[in-house]
Design a protein around this ligand. Structure first.
Ligand code: FE
Length: 131
């Protein structure tokens, strides 16, 4: 079970930047990630475990500087948690398979779709092109 993988194993598997975001709930600087302006057709998967997370068909340009999606690829593949850090009231998004941190969920997504905005770190994602 990937959720039980010891932290030293994650350190070996991931780059230091990926480890900081996926395992320590860091956030990459806006407009720096490789998938912010990425528009190919395919599937965004968890960078830590490979689980399918977000379909390119639900990606939109939010202007936030992070890859943004209005839905998940498959219900059950991502978990949400209320983030009650001091001064915060946010919903954290994690990979349901491995527990890694992906980003946050906000309620200001496209109103003609779901109205939701999954704000996800590029570092937390890999991309599988639909060929
Ligand atoms: Fe994962």
């Amino acid at each position: 079970m990937m959720k039980d993988l010891p932290e030293d194993k994650w350190r070996q598997k991931l780059t230091p930047e990926q480890y900081d975001i996926l395992r320590l709930k860091g956030t990459e600087a806006p407009f720096t990630g490789q998938y912010v302006d990425h528009h190919e057709d395919g599937m965004y998967v968890c960078a830590a475990c490979g689980k399918s997370l977000f379909n390119s068909a639900t990606k939109f340009d939010s202007g936030s500087g992070w890859p943004s999606f209005w839905d998940v690829a498959s219900k059950g593949n991502v978990d949400t948690h209320t983030d009650n850090s001091p001064g915060m009231s946010r919903i954290e998004v994690t990979c349901a398979n491995c527990g890694s941190h992906l980003g946050h969920l906000f309620g200001d997504g496209p109103s003609n779709k779901t109205g939701q905005r999954y704000c996800i770190n590029s570092c937390s994602l890999d991309f599988k092109s639909k060929k």
